[in-house]
Design a protein. Structure first.
Length: 99
């Protein structure tokens, strides 16, 4: 089965239509949240102690910091004995405050 040859004018119309569709408009309602890099250790310790269990994502959301910062804080807390690892796998660990 052969393909049908299109005329030159129809090819031009198709190319013009493709160019106008590739431009994306930004949504006016999109808001970016201000995220800090440093964590308030007193605030984070209170959040950890008041929780039964906590994950890196929970801590990052509640303290309004990046996930990498919250993860570094939890690892430091694990080494110092403030929290203990109670579950999770493959980097997605669940922590519990020590009694």
């Amino acid at each position: 089965m052969g393909t049908k040859n299109k005329s030159v004018s129809s090819n031009d119309k198709n190319q013009k239509g493709k160019d106008s569709k590739t431009k994306k408009d930004k949504k006016p309602g999109s808001e970016k949240r201000e995220v800090s890099v440093q964590i308030n250790e007193d605030n984070a310790t209170k959040i950890i102690q008041s929780s039964k269990v906590i994950t890196v994502h929970d801590l990052a959301r509640q303290t309004n910091v990046k996930i990498s910062t919250a993860n570094a804080f939890l690892i430091k807390s694990l080494e110092s004995g403030i929290v203990k690892r109670v579950g999770g796998f493959s980097g997605h660990h669940i922590y519990s405050p020590t009694s």
